[in-house]
Ligand binder design. Structure first.
Ligand SMILES: [Zn+2]
Length: 203
């Protein structure tokens, strides 16, 4: 077995697979019979390696007027601020995953609220879900994926230092709903391109 060319890790792993996960043979990329998309196929054992979008689950944890954000200790976007969120694991619901990520990244105890935003990001093959949540107390214990976790008033949100556009969008929708006095479920699509982060809502 040859050593990998680079010691760097990919995260997430590239979507294109080279070897069959069932038998280890090299895969071919082509459209299977009765299909209309290119797949990674194993001509040795017949396995078809379907790839589907990944779910990212997070919360908007609130304490009175303040929002809990975490500063990332991992790439991508090391050092930037984010709502607690991460990839859905097998065997959990979206709400369970959002609560788990909040516990893992912020060490925060929360009372989960309703689903708030579903953001499609087709150019990175992801869907981001954000749930409303209420902090049960002010004891945070940031996990290894976070440098720190702290509360922000609306006018303190570090808009220029947010890690992801989905986080900025979720926060913007949240503050707009809060100003209106009622929360609803939002759906939006974040398109490809280097777009500026949303302008923070004016008070
Ligand atoms: Zn195979």
């Amino acid at each position: 077995m040859t050593a990998p060319q680079r010691a760097l890790t990919y995260f997430p792993a590239p979507r294109t697979q080279r070897y069959c996960s069932q038998c280890g043979n090299l895969l071919a990329r082509r459209i299977p019979d009765d299909d209309n998309r290119v797949r990674d196929l194993c001509d040795h054992c017949g396995a078809i390696h379907y790839q589907n979008p990944r779910m990212v689950l997070g919360t908007i944890p609130v304490w009175e007027k303040q929002i809990l954000l975490c500063r990332r200790a991992i790439e991508p976007r090391h050092g930037y601020w984010t709502l607690p969120a991460g990839f859905m694991e097998l065997g959990e619901t979206t709400a369970q995953g959002a609560a788990r990520e909040t516990q893992e990244e912020a060490g925060a105890r929360i009372e989960m609220g309703p689903l708030f935003a579903v953001l499609d990001i087709p150019h990175v093959d992801q869907v981001h879900f954000f749930y409303l949540a209420r902090l049960a107390d002010l004891e945070f214990e940031p996990g290894p994926e976070s440098l720190e976790a702290r509360l922000f008033e609306e006018d303190e949100i570090p808009w220029d230092d947010l890690a992801f556009r989905s986080v900025a969008t979720a926060l913007q929708l949240f503050f707009a709903d809060r100003a209106r006095g009622s929360f609803q479920i939002h759906t939006d699509t974040l398109q490809r391109g280097i777009e500026p982060l949303p302008v923070p809502p004016t008070p």
